[in-house]
Design a protein around this ligand. Structure first.
Ligand SMILES: Cc1cc2nc3c(=O)[nH]c(=O)nc-3n(C[C@H](O)[C@H](O)[C@H](O)COP(=O)(O)OP(=O)(O)OC[C@H]3O[C@@H](n4cnc5c(N)ncnc54)[C@H](O)[C@@H]3O)c2cc1C
Length: 480
C-alpha cells in the first residue's frame, strides 16, 4: 500500500484537489502558475499554516502573487514540501530557494541549499557570491564563512584587481576586509578602492546603481544569447548590461535608440525596454522583425540585424528618450517638447491606443501603475493587430485585466481572425466608435497614449480630436 508521502509526491505541480494557486515571477514570459494543496503547504510550513489557517483574509480568490521569486526557486520549494528532496538546484536559483526556505521557515531546505552553495563556491566566484552570502548570513552563516576563507593571501591579488570588485555591495566590502592576514600590493588596493569610491559617489548623488544610458552618450550592450518567441514575428531579446549591478536607467514610459552597423552604415530604431527599470544586469526588448517584402523591399534592417545576433554580439544604445514618463501614484512627468521644462501632472484616467509592437510602450506603464495597488489611476487599452495570433504579451495583458479588473479594461481589435470561435473581442480597425466606447471621457485629468504605425497614429489623433480631446490630452510616442 502506498505511504502518505507517496500520495503527496503525486500531487506535486498537479491541479488535482488543489485549492490554492501561486503566480510566481514577474516577467511577461516567466510568470508561472503553480497549483497547490493548502493542507500540505500548511503541514510543512508554519508560515503557510498561518496564511491559510490563521485569521488572515481568505487568499484563495485569485492566485497569490509572488513576484520577487524565480519560478524555478519556487518549484524547488514545492518539490521539497511535497517530496523532501530538491533535484533542480542551479547556481542561478539556489540563493532564491534559500530565500524561500528562510521566508517560509523550512530549516531542512535551508540546509540543502547551504550544502549546494558550499559545493559551488570557489575562488573564481566567491566575490560574485559575497553579496548574497552577506545578505543571507543569518540564514546560512557557513556560506559567508566559506566565501571569506576563499579570500586569502593567495587569492587576494586577483580578487582586488577583479572587475567585479568595485561593485560588491557595501556590506560585502566590509566583510571582505580589512583582515590582518590579507596582503596585496598597495597600488592594487588603491586602484580598487578608487573604483569603489567612485561607485559610492554615484550612490550618494542619488543614482542607486550605475546606469548605462545617458542622453549624451552611446553605450554598448551585448546580446546574452537568451531570446524567446512571443509571436511568429516578435521576439524577446535579452541584452547584458556591463555588470550585474547595472540597471538600464530607462524610466517607465521612455525608450532608447538602438544602433547597428550594416555594410558599414549605421541604422537606428527606437525600442522600449520591457524589463523592469530596476532589473540589474540585463535589459529586455520585444522586437518585431520585418523581413523584406513587396511593400518594403528592405524590411527593417535593424530588426533583421538583431534577429541574427549571436551570444556576445554588441549593439549600441542611447537614451533615454521620450517626452513622458510615469513617476508614481498617477503622476506623469510630461514635456510639451524636447526643449520645454518637465511638468508633473496627476492623471486619474489613462487611455491607451496601441497597434502591433506599439504595445511595448504601454506595458511598462501598465505594470508600474497597477502594482501600486491604489484605486487610481484607472486605465483602458485598445490594442489592434492584424490577427488574433499577432497579439504580443497577450497572457500578461489578460492576467493584468483579470487581476486588476476594477482598474484596467482591455479591448483587442483585429483586422481578421484566425480562430473565430474563441474570439470575444472586436474585429475591424480602430474607429471613432471603438474609441468612444473604450477611452475615458475627455477632461483635464485624462491622458490618451498612442503608439503604432504612422498611419494608425495619425488617424487615431484625428479621431480623438473629433471626440473633443484636446492636444494636451493626447500623447503620441514617436521617434525624436
Ligand atoms: C517610441 C517608440 C518605441 C518603439 N518601441 C518598439 C519596440 O520596443 N519594439 C518594436 O518592435 N517596435 C517598437 N517601435 C516600433 C513601432 O511600434 C512599430 O513600428 C509600429 O507600432 C508598427 O507596428 P507593427 O508593424 O507591429 O503593426 P502591425 O502589426 O502592422 O499592426 C498594425 C495595426 O494597426 C492598424 N492600423 C494600420 N493603419 C491604421 C489606420 N490608419 N487607422 C487605424 N488602425 C490602423 C491595423 O489595422 C493593424 O491592426 C517603437 C516605436 C516608437 C515610436
Amino acid at each position: 500500500m502506498a505511504k502518505l508521502g507517496d500520495h503527496a509526491k503525486k500531487l506535486l505541480f498537479c491541479g488535482d484537489m488543489s485549492d490554492i494557486q501561486f503566480a510566481v515571477g514577474r516577467d511577461y514570459d516567466t510568470v508561472k502558475i503553480f497549483p497547490a494543496q493548502k493542507v500540505i503547504m500548511g503541514l510543512r510550513s508554519a508560515v503557510f499554516h498561518t496564511m491559510f489557517y490563521g485569521n488572515l483574509p481568505d487568499p484563495c480568490a485569485a492566485p497569490i502573487d509572488i513576484p520577487d521569486i524565480l519560478p524555478e526557486a519556487f518549484a524547488n520549494l514545492l518539490s521539497y514540501i511535497y517530496t523532501d528532496a530538491v533535484t533542480n538546484f542551479t547556481p542561478e536559483n539556489v540563493f532564491q530557494t534559500l530565500m524561500c526556505a528562510d521566508k517560509y521557515d523550512l530549516p531542512l531546505l535551508l540546509a540543502l541549499c547551504t550544502d549546494f552553495i558550499l559545493g559551488l563556491l570557489n575562488v573564481d566566484n566567491c566575490l560574485h557570491n559575497l553579496d548574497n552570502a552577506v545578505l543571507y548570513a543569518n540564514a546560512a552563516p557557513d556560506v559567508l564563512v566559506k566565501c571569506l576563507c576563499l579570500i586569502n593571501d593567495e587569492s587576494a591579488k586577483t580578487l582586488w584587481q577583479s572587475d567585479q570588485f568595485h561593485v560588491v555591495g557595501q556590506a560585502a566590502l566590509q566583510a571582505f576586509d580589512p583582515r590582518d592576514a590579507l596582503t596585496a600590493a598597495a597600488d592594487d588596493i588603491f586602484s580598487s578602492v578608487e573604483k569603489w569610491v567612485e561607485f559610492l559617489r554615484k550612490v550618494r548623488d542619488g543614482i542607486t546603481f550605475p546606469t548605462v544610458t545617458t542622453p549624451e552618450a552611446q553605450v554598448t550592450i551585448r546580446f546574452s544569447g537568451d531570446k524567446k518567441a512571443l509571436t511568429s514575428d516578435t521576439t524577446r531579446f535579452r541584452f547584458e548590461l556591463p555588470s550585474n549591478v547595472h540597471v538600464s536607467g530607462v524610466p517607465v514610459g521612455k525608450f532608447v535608440k538602438m544602433t547597428v552597423t550594416v555594410d558599414g552604415r549605421s541604422e537606428t530604431q527606437c525600442y522600449t525596454p520591457i524589463s523592469d527599470p530596476k532589473d540589474r544586469g540585463f535589459v529586455d526588448f520585444a522586437i518585431k522583425v520585418y523581413p523584406p517584402n513587396a511593400a518594403n523591399p528592405n524590411g527593417s534592417v535593424v530588426s533583421q540585424c538583431i534577429n541574427k545576433l549571436q551570444k556576445g554580439d554588441e549593439v549600441c544604445i542611447s537614451g533615454p528618450y521620450g517626452l513622458l514618463s510615469y513617476d508614481k501614484n498617477g503622476i506623469f512627468v510630461i514635456k510639451a517638447n524636447e526643449k520645454s521644462a518637465a511638468e508633473y501632472k496627476e492623471i486619474r484616467r489613462i487611455g491607451m491606443v496601441a497597434a502591433g509592437s506599439g504595445v511595448t510602450a504601454m506595458i511598462p506603464i501598465l505594470r508600474a501603475m497597477l502594482k501600486e495597488n491604489l484605486e487610481a489611476p484607472k486605465c483602458s487599452l485598445v490594442y489592434s493587430n492584424p490577427t488574433d495570433q499577432d497579439i504580443i504579451m497577450k497572457s500578461e495583458l489578460n492576467y493584468m485585466a483579470s487581476k486588476y479588473r476594477k482598474r484596467f479594461k482591455l479591448w483587442y481589435l483585429v483586422d481578421r481572425l484566425c480562430n473565430p470561435s474563441l474570439w470575444k473581442y472586436g474585429v475591424g480597425q480602430i474607429s471613432k466608435d471603438w474609441l468612444k466606447d473604450w477611452m475615458p471621457k475627455p477632461d483635464n485629468e485624462v491622458v490618451v497614449l498612442v503608439c503604432g504605425p504612422k498611419e494608425m497614429v495619425d488617424n487615431c489623433k484625428k479621431l480623438l480630436l473629433g471626440l473633443n480631446y484636446i492636444n494636451d490630452m493626447i500623447h503620441v510616442f514617436s521617434a525624436p
